[in-house]
Design a protein around this ligand. Structure first.
Ligand SMILES: Cc1cc2nc3c(=O)[nH]c(=O)nc-3n(C[C@H](O)[C@H](O)[C@H](O)COP(=O)(O)OP(=O)(O)OC[C@H]3O[C@@H](n4cnc5c(N)ncnc54)[C@H](O)[C@@H]3O)c2cc1C
Length: 378
């Protein structure tokens, strides 16, 4: 098994960032330069923040934000009907509507990186088919575009307004724009302390940033950076592979199945990206280690060959860390003294992370955010 741990999305130049040194000051400091942190920085700049600093332990979208399945799905990690049951209809409808708007906003922001394809949820058995129908009925009742689907992929439902993207291309594109707009971005600078006495500030090995507003935008490993969240958020590993172009199949929309545990899409050049299998050996996947493992990779390869009928060679295998919460909602917390923390997207943070990154910037700079109201703990 070749396991370079390089994502399929890394097909264009990276953005080199300096590391943080010395004492710096900013109106807004964002920790974590994934899709969430970069959305936060973009929003802070748009709202007129005088000075913005972003810091990452590694670099732009070095974590899950640059290493995921590339699906831009409406809703939260809960299917819409489950969200209605768990959080109430009004709140669930607001969250789904906000995510649909955010998909459109991301498309307009980086049109070269996004394709609006719709998405399929395909049933793996009769029980899941019943659940697909419950989802379709609730989405239709709430005015969202969702229909029954029968096709070569199987039986299930189609959500017409979902999309796919190259997550790393989006992140690097908006990071470059932020730099041009005056943000100072630093890589290779793990934050090892968040302190709030004497105003919020963070420390790295070689530097300190003092800021009026400090926003932590980290999904996996969040409980390491903010130990107070240890009982609420837990880090897990998700794994993927990608193939060379395959011409004998044509998946025009991304597919998820087995209640979202497995998912794949076919890129315009015919390559397949496939992820999932976290439930195959759940105990081993609650880990901070982000390297692919033989067991899950074999499961993905078997799914690729037997279920999808794809025989093209495997070119990439990779993994990354994400955070899961017991509430089913992401962490969106104010720690007081100008410090906010967001993360823990339960495996689906591309859209919700972008939304909450913007919401945190809005709360910091304007004192309120209508996005935040839908996602804050009840
Ligand atoms: C294999 C896989 C497939 C997935 N597929 C999908 C999908 O198809 N659709 C979807 O919506 N979601 C998907 N997800 C989840 C999604 O990728 C994440 O929820 C989302 O990208 C989180 O983005 P983020 O910017 O909030 O956090 P992260 O990507 O975790 O970024 C946080 C950044 O903070 C940095 N950092 C961490 N600790 C520190 C520290 N101490 N100091 C400084 N910097 C630090 C990291 O280096 C990282 O760059 C998938 C995830 C994986 C792993």
């Amino acid at each position: 098994m070749r396991a370079s741990n390089r994502p399929r999305w890394d097909d264009h130049p990276d953005l080199a960032l300096p590391s943080l040194t010395g004492e710096q000051e900013a109106e807004v400091c964002v920790v974590g330069l994934g899709g969430t942190g970069l959305s936060c920085i973009t929003e802070a700049l748009a709202l007129g923040a005088q000075s913005v600093i972003g810091i990452d332990a590694v670099g732009i979208a070095a974590g899950a934000a640059g290493r995921n399945g590339g699906l831009l799905l409406s809703g939260t990690a809960e299917y819409h009907h489950d969200a209605v049951a768990r959080f109430g209809r009004e709140r669930a409808v607001t969250m789904t509507r906000l995510t649909l708007d955010e998909i459109e906003r991301i498309r307009a922001e980086v049109p070269d990186a996004v394709r609006v394809t719709g998405s399929l949820r395909i049933a793996s058995d009769a029980a899941e088919l019943d659940d697909c129908e419950r989802q379709r009925a609730q989405m239709t009742a709430d005015g969202f575009a969702c229909e029954t689907y029968i096709g070569t992929e199987g039986h299930g439902i189609v959500m017409h307004n979902d999309a796919v993207f190259n997550p790393l291309r989006r992140a690097r594109t908006i990071a470059e724009r932020a730099l041009h707009a005056g943000a100072r971005l630093f890589g290779g600078s793990p934050v090892h302390a968040i302190e709030s006495g004497d105003g919020p500030h963070v420390r790295t090995d070689a530097g300190v940033v003092r800021a009026k507003h400090l926003i932590i935008c980290v999904d996996g490993h969040l409980e390491q950076l903010v130990p107070a969240l240890g009982g609420e958020v837990r880090t897990a590993r998700l794994q993927m592979l990608a193939t060379a172009p395959e011409q004998s199949v044509r998946f025009t929309r991304p597919v998820s199945t087995r209640d979202g545990f497995d998912y794949w899409q076919q890129l315009p050049d015919g390559c397949i990206t496939l992820g999932g299998g976290r439930d195959i050996t759940p105990d081993t996947e609650w880990t901070h280690d982000a390297t692919p493992t033989p067991v899950i990779q074999q499961y993905l390869e078997q799914t690729l060959r037997q279920k999808l009928g794809v025989h093209a060679p495997i070119t990439h295998r990779w993994a990354a860390s994400v955070g899961y919460t017991s509430t089913g909602l992401p962490v969106f917390r104010s720690l007081g003294d100008g410090v906010q923390v967001i993360g823990g997207y339960n495996g689906t943070g591309n859209v919700v992370g972008a939304l909450l990154g913007r919401a945190a910037a809005q709360r910091a700079l304007t004192g309120r955010s209508s996005i935040a109201e839908a996602f804050l703990p009840a």
